[in-house]
Structure formats: C-alpha cells, structure tokens
Design a protein. Structure first.
Lengths: 478, 482
C-alpha cells in the first residue's frame, strides 16, 4: 500500500530585540546565570508585564513579509502550567486572537517544481528559562526567561521531510532578510515542533496526528520526520493502532519516544491576560512598518537580473544573503549594465573567494562598496590592467583604501600610450633575435613570449590587449 | 488632640507650620501602637527604627524645601504592597520571611511626596476575605468592639486608622476590601476607578479588579493621598494617560445643592439588610435631600448576577496569579519536596490557608477545558452588561448612594459559612466589576445591645470621576443630622 504524509510545523523564532518581551532586562548570551533578571521576569509578587513594542513591530514585519493579514487588535492570554522554567507558572501568549493571520511561503522542491505552504497564523509569546541539570540537583537560569518568541504555525501542507526543510529554509531566508531574527540554529533562535500523520494515498480521512518536540537542527527535524513516517507506516502495515500523542526526538538513538498521550495532555486553562490591554495598531502604524520592509529575496532576484543584466544564477546567489545583495547594489550604483556585469563577475569569483579564505562576511571587510566600484571602473576603462586588478583587490579587501589614490600614488596605471608601448615592443624584439627566428620558422606561440617580455619591461603596466596586436604586426612586417 | 489622632491634612499642616516635627509625630504613632496594638492587632510588623530614621530625614529635608505634600507624614501599608527592604507577607505563611526587592509604584510616589512608609498592616490572606479572619499571621480586632472583626480584606488598615494607630493607611479593594472595613471601623475608604492607580508592585489577587486606595480619617485626607497615587504608570499597561484633576480644588465649595443622587432599587430590595444599617442609610438619604440633593430612583438590572460573576472572574484570575508561589524562587518551600511535583504540591498545601485554596480550586475549575465557555466566558459577557448598567445610570445621575455592607461589624468567628461571608460584598462588588470609583464614608452608629457600631454609606461615581466623588463625599461629610 502507498502512504502519504501530512505534516505541519510550529516554528519558534527568537526576535532580534535588545530587551525582553515584558521587561527591560537585556538579552545577552554568555552571561553568568541569573544576571539579566528583574522582579518581572522572575515572577516576583506584584510585578507586571510591560509590552515590548519592538517585538510587536518585528512580528508584524514578519507577517507582512509572509503575506499575512495583520490583526490590529490582537490580545494576549495566559497559558497556565507549572514548571520551574516558567517564573509565573503561566506563559503570556496569544491564543485566540494573534497578531498575524494567514499568509505562506513558496518552496522549491528537489525536482524544481514550486509549492505554496500556507501559514495558519503567527503569534507572539515569551520564552521559558533554561534548566541546567547537575549531578545532584537542577538549576534554573532566568537570563533567557522572557525572551520574545514568535511562533509561526503552518497549515498541514507539507508532505515530506525534504519539503519541511525547504519550508524552514525559505522561512529562515525571509526572516533573516527582514532583519527580524538571526535565526541562528546553534543558539536556539529557531526551534520547531512538528505534527505528522500518514494515510493511504487517496484516503479522505487524515490519519492520527503525532507531535514531535525537542528538535533544534534542520538535520534533526529531517531525521525525526523520516523516522516517524517510517514508524507510522509500519504500524499501519501491521495494523497496530497509532496513538495520538506527543513524542520526543532523541538525537543520539535517532528515534522518537512517547512523552505523553492525549489523555495526559496539559489543560492550559487559557484566559485573557488582564495585565495587558489589546495591542491596538493603527493603519498608519502598520503602513509605516510596511515601508521598512526589505524586498523579498525572489523579488529582488528578478529586479537585479533586469536592472544589472546579470545572470539568473548570479542574481540568485547574491540575493540569497541580504548583506551580499546590499553590498553588490551599493557597489553597482551608477554603473552601466556592462560594467555592472564585470562587477558581478568579480564579486562572484574573487570577492567571494576572499570571503571564504578570510572567513569574513562582506560587512566585516575593510573594502567599501564605493572602493570596489572604482576598482571595477579603473579596470573597465583600462586605467589598470587585469593583473593589477587582481593584485589590488585582496589588499583593499583587507586594509581598505581608495583605489584611485593607490593607483596614482604607486604609478600602477596601465601604459596605453602607443609610442611608449612600441618602444617596449622594439626593445623586446631587439633583445631576442633567436625567438624572432623561431617565429619566422613557424613557431607562432613565440608571439606570447614577446607579450610577456613587454609586460616585464613595463613592470606589469602595459595593457596586454594592446600589446598583442602590436607584436603581431611588427613580427609580420619583419 | 494627641498627635496620633491627627489625620493627613492636619499632620501635614502642623509639620509645615513646624508645630511639631516628623520625629515627634512618628514617635507618637509608635507609642500609640505599643500601647494599643497588643489588643487590636492591626500591625504585622512595624519597623520603628526605619520609621524614625525616615522621619528624621524628613525633618532635615524640611529646612531645604517645604513643598512636598506628605513630607514627614507616617502612613501604614497593607502587607501586600511591596516596599523595598520590608516584608511583604500578604498575611500568608507562604511569604513569611520574604523581603521585598523593590518599591511598588504607589510607594515610589508616596516616598517622592515625602511620606514615611512605616508599619505593615494585617489583611485576609492574599486579600481574600471580608473579616481579616483569613489572615495566616494573626487576628485583628475592631477598635470599636474588640470582640468583633474590623472587616476585610484591608482590616488591618481600617483598624489602624479607626483606632488612631495610624495617621492614614493604604488598602486594596477587589470586591469591597477597602470600603467594607472602612464602614466597620468608622473611617473613609476610597476605591479609585480601575486603572486610575498603578498596580505595579501590588501583589495581585484579581488583576482586572484590584485597586489601591486611601483609608483615612476624612475626605480631605483621601483626596490628598489619591492625588499622590493617581496617574499613568509606564510599568502598568492598564493605567491610561488621562490627566489627574486637582482633587483638593475639586472639593472647594462642595455642596449637596443640585446633586442628582441615584438610589438603585436593586440595592434596597435586599433581604438580610440589617434594620440599623437600613435606618442609617435612610437617614443619610434624607439629610442629603434636606441639603438640596435631588433623589432619583434608578435601576441597575443586572445587579443580581454580580455576585456570581465576581466569584468566577476573581478566583479564575487568582488561580493564575497565585501560581507563582511554588517554592522554587522565593517563599515557603516544603521540607518534603523530594521531586518537582511534591515541591509544588506540598509547598502550596503547607503555605496557603483554606480560603486561598478554595478560591484557587474554584478558579482552576472555571477555566478548565470544557467549562470555560459556561463559566468564565459567560461571566465576562455578563460583566459587560453590568458595566453598561452603570454607564446608563450615570447619564442620569451624578452619583449613587447605597449601603456599604448589609450589616455592621460582626463577631469574630460568627460567620462560618463562606457563602454568607461572600454576601458582605453584595453592594460593593457590582461597582468593582464595572471599574468605576466609590467611597465609603462614616454615616452613623448602629445600636447593637449596649455597643454602638459604626456604619458607613457608599457613594459610587462614574469611572475617572474621583473629582466628583470627592466633592460629593466632602459635602456629605459636612452634613449634620445624618
């Protein structure tokens, strides 16, 4: 029997705010435990939550990027459960009336076809603290407690582990692009719970849903989904009933294991949070935030192809990371399509190679976009030749500086004066009569030797493109 | 008049005119507390040294400036409002030994106005109760009859002020906890409109109802203290930015002439209203009329549901608010907490008293899956209807005049049944649910055997009309023959 998967994801994304969701404690990693805490995030008697407006803004911006409808009257609720990582023993979340509704992302499958994954809603909530277990006791570090989290809940539109990863990759790309989160998986910026059920192909009724928690890498999510789909398939084949339950992914044994069944599911006793008034966003406010949005990667890709005449592949690579695309566009400012294409080639090959070799992001290198632009312009105009360009680029990448000034100061300008070049050509020919003989005897490659000699004599400044024809002409005339 | 008998206004004026020092005034209160509090039991703790040090600092500051409204005036604080470095037990074993790490906004405001935040007064545990008998830490007696309760939950505040063991006190009111004890102890108790005063730093019972308010010897005192408390607070999102009127100015030339007083018929058609309370309330109505007020019979048709709505919403919110007392970060932790579940279950079983447990269980129940719509959901809708009742009525009248509680102070131990106890707040709960402002003002004495027991009346005004409430209250206070 053939089966198909029905998969939905709940993805928690840590928002890039300076302070916590409901207090002014700083969000910093690597601090001593319980140093970024206050009566609010420790749940002391009498403390009240104060809304972090930046978190609301970043959530709304995410919603706008993902095509959601923005709810201008979102409300918060209390989700009640006892656990030492939750200071108040309830979490402030949005249950029934979240900030963003609907929307979705387009993914590209392995075979190149596209698929739209719908989003049910995005809500804003606070993160729990971190529990550390020791030999004889456990400790709670509240530094993380109260971090703003946005939960993106997808519709069950995903049908494979590959699609789930494509969805998460697309989400990550968009959210990093919008600057709302670093989506740093190692630091737990992006964590997902998945829901998966299987059913025979063609069956109308969905299978029994199983939720899997505790995965923080794409690799783990992929493996967990593959494992769980296989496990459920085997249950089906052997007529073992699938239980509605929450399972935990064990990355060591590479298996899922039952955490709790539906009967033991928490009753969170949600009710409206009386300490917070509804968010109340004006249309103007939403419009203002909308204006701050960057172009979506796919829109930018298309525009860059059109505007700079660069190849689709190159535009794709550049637009994948906002920093690269921003840098490229700043450097390409005012260039004609032909020069922009040269810039693109240089960026795609040499600049990216330098980034790889040095381990530096483009934002970390000393070279300003304007410097790269004038370097390309100097080369395009023939002021410097190819070898000089390749020599200067790493230096400016590393140390910065204005290429025009450097070329001037060091006299690196290409020699394009015909008379001067002819003098070099004559000198080279005169010094190597035996090579001239070889040439005459039919060894046409000898012409290349003279180009090299001229470059040497000119200390690398001769324009090889001019030198080549000159030599050919001279030799032919001999 | 001895210094401890003074009210806020008299004390502040005396200090400003340098008739006495804050140290002298504070010492007089301390002496009075030492003399009388062993029988009344209003205070849980009194940091005498700290109070005198603050008083000394106030006297020294006086030389430099004389413009702080409460400079050097000692006040008593209900033991659920956080004052940095002081205990904040909420009269619960759960928080015995707890020291507060921060000042509530109301305390910041009081300190900025120069007040000396001295003693901490008793209450029903976590403000749940109407007699202060639910305190986990001690008994408070009514200064007018030591065999009787002072009311609650702000019973310590009322007993301290009524017995002249404090110049003034602060209480909190969720369903009547300022107004009912004020009535029982012959003082003024003002419950501000919801959101008028910051709740930041005030241990929460029911977040959508709780308000801090002054409990004083006069309406003037209430106005002076409210002036310092009221206003927007960045730390409390439920406090709007509405401007705060000048309350003392609002009371200038206060008179009953032309005031339209609504008499809600549902409040007078109640079985169980004590005949003496009825007599005193009727006399209050007559004296208002005699002074030129216009009486209007009005109706608040959803009044009969208020009690039920309150006992769904308040416990529901309390069940979440009190979850944080789990033995993990502060407060009582059971010796027998050998795993996480027992840490919670045993710490809470040992730390909370029976009424607190009852309300947590009720609140947990009404929020449970499958019951939410029938209880909390429906109660929220009816609450809106109750609020609309008041809004409609305040289109027609300036204020409502009602009894505060159905009876005068009852005997300690007399009321055993929780439901009978809950009925004490029959007249105060609807206004709390609506979020408007109200005040209990002394109106007379009920004859009970050979003792006379104080009885107050309640004025209720529209939300954010504390100016009107104080003006009417001031006029009532000045009436004779009530």
């Amino acid at each position: 029997m053939e089966f198909e998967n029905t998969i939905g994801l709940e993805t928690h994304v840590q928002l890039k705010t300076n302070t916590k969701m409901f207090c002014s404690c700083l969000l910093k990693t690597g601090c001593e435990p319980n140093t970024n805490v206050c009566p609010v995030c420790l749940g002391y008697p009498g403390a009240l939550p104060v809304m972090n407006k930046e978190a609301v803004k970043l959530t709304v911006m995410s919603g706008l990027m993902l095509g959601c409808e923005i709810n201008r009257h979102a409300t918060f609720d209390r989700k009640n459960y006892f656990y030492p990582d939750m200071a108040k023993d309830y979490q402030i979340s949005e249950n029934g009336n979240p900030l963003c509704i609907g929307g979705g992302v387009e993914i590209t499958r392995a075979d190149g076809t596209k698929k739209f994954i719908r989003i049910n809603h995005i809500h804003l909530e606070e993160d729990a603290a971190k529990i550390n277990h020791y030999a004889a006791h456990s400790g709670v570090d509240f530094n993380r407690g109260g971090t703003p989290l946005m939960e993106i809940v997808s519709e069950p539109d995903i049908s494979s582990a590959d699609e789930a990863i494509a969805y998460l990759t697309a989400l990550k790309e968009i959210l990093v692009y919008a600057g709302v989160s670093d989506c740093n998986l190692e630091e737990g910026n992006m964590r997902s719970d998945v829901n998966i059920s299987i059913r025979p192909v063609g069956a109308e009724k969905l299978g029994t849903k199983v939720e899997i928690k505790n995965m923080n890498t794409f690799k783990g999510i992929h493996a967990a989904l593959e494992y769980e789909a296989r496990r459920q398939r085997e249950c089906m084949v052997h007529s073992i009933p699938i239980v509605q339950e929450t399972r935990r992914w064990d990355g060591d044994s590479m298996e899922t294991a039952s955490m709790r069944s539906k009967e033991n599911a928490h009753d969170y006793r949600y009710f409206p949070e009386p300490d917070l008034v509804p968010v109340a966003l004006t249309e103007e406010q939403v419009a203002e935030w909308k204006a701050l949005l960057p172009e979506k990667p796919e829109v930018r890709r298309a525009r860059m192809i059109e505007e700079y005449g660069i190849a689709e592949y190159d535009a794709g690579v550049l637009s994948q990371h906002k920093a690269n695309a921003d840098y490229f566009e700043a450097a390409a400012k005012g260039l004609d399509k032909k020069t922009a294409k040269l810039l693109c080639n240089l960026y795609m090959s040499d600049v990216m190679a330098l980034m790889n070799a040095t381990g530096k992001a483009i934002s970390e290198c000393a070279m300003k976009p304007e410097a790269l632009r004038s370097l390309v312009e100097l080369s395009a105009k023939g002021t410097i030749n190819g070898p000089t360009l390749k020599e200067l680029l790493p230096e400016i990448f590393e140390k910065g500086g204005d290429p025009v000034a450097i070329v001037e100061e060091r006299g690196l300008g290409a020699v394009s004066d015909t008379a001067a070049l002819e003098a070099f050509v004559d000198q080279a020919i005169a010094a190597n009569p035996n090579v001239v003989e070889d040439y005459k005897a039919g060894k046409k490659a000898a012409a290349g030797f003279f180009v090299g000699q001229v470059m040497k004599l000119s200390k690398g400044k001769a324009d090889p493109k001019m030198v080549g024809p000159m030599i050919a002409k001279k030799l032919a005339a001999m | 008049m001895s210094l401890h008998e003074l009210g806020v206004r008299q004390a502040a004026e005396g200090l400003a005119e340098k008739k006495f020092s804050s140290v002298e005034l504070t010492q007089a209160v301390i002496d009075r507390v030492r003399e009388k509090d062993s029988e009344i039991g209003a205070y849980l703790t009194f940091d005498e040294e700290g109070a005198l040090a603050s008083a000394k600092a106030a006297d020294e500051a006086r030389a430099a400036r004389n413009d702080l409204p409460l400079l050097g005036v000692p006040v008593a604080i209900k033991d659920l409002i956080n004052v940095k470095g002081q205990p904040c037990t909420c009269a619960s074993k759960m928080l015995k030994g707890y020291t507060s790490p921060y000042d509530a906004t109301v305390i910041k405001n009081l300190k900025a106005a120069g007040a000396v935040c001295a003693g901490r007064v008793n209450m029903d545990e976590f403000a749940m109760g109407s007699s202060t008998e639910n305190s986990g830490l001690g008994v408070t007696r009514n200064p007018y009859d030591l065999s009787r309760v002072p009311g609650g939950s702000s019973g310590g505040s009322a007993a301290a002020v009524g017995g002249n063991l404090a110049i003034a006190a602060f209480g909190t009111d969720t369903g009547g906890s300022i107004r009912q004890p004020a009535s029982f102890c012959n003082i003024v108790g003002l419950k501000p409109s919801y959101g008028r005063v910051s709740r930041f730093g005030v241990t929460a019972f029911a977040s959508s109802l709780d308000q801090v308010g002054p409990m004083t010897k006069s309406v003037d005192d209430a106005a002076m203290l409210l002036q310092v408390l009221a206003g927007h607070d960045e730390m409390d999102g439920t406090t709007p930015k509405d401007p705060v009127p000048d309350y003392m100015k609002a009371m200038e030339g206060a008179s009953m002439k032309g005031v339209k007083i609504g008499l809600p018929k549902e409040y007078y058609d109640v079985s169980g209203l004590d005949p003496e309370v009825k007599r005193i309330t009727d006399e209050a109505i007559r004296s208002c009329e005699a002074a030129g007020a216009e009486l209007v019979e009005v109706s608040l048709p959803h009044t009969e549901y208020a009690m039920a709505v309150y006992y769904i919403i308040a416990p529901a919110e309390a069940s979440a608010n009190l979850a944080r007392f789990d033995g993990v970060r502060y407060g009582h932790r059971s010796e027998r907490s050998d795993d996480v579940f027992n840490l919670y279950a045993r710490s809470r079983a040992e730390g909370f008293g029976p009424e607190v447990k009852r309300r947590i269980i009720m609140g947990t129940y009404v929020l449970s899956s499958g019951y939410y719509d029938a209880y909390y959901g429906r109660a929220s809708k009816v609450r809106t209807l109750i609020r609309r009742d008041f809004e409609e009525v305040f289109k027609k009248v300036d204020t409502l005049l009602t009894p505060v509680a159905p009876t005068p102070a009852f005997k300690i131990g007399e009321v055993q049944d929780p439901l009978t106890m809950y009925l004490n707040d029959l007249f105060t709960i609807p206004g709390s649910l609506a979020g408007n402002c109200s005040m209990s003002i002394p109106a007379g004495f009920a004859q009970s055997g050979d003792v006379k027991l104080p009885v107050g009346v309640q004025f209720i005004c529209d939300a954010y009309r504390e100016d009107s409430l104080l003006r009417i209250g001031k006029a009532f206070e000045g009436l004779s023959g009530k």
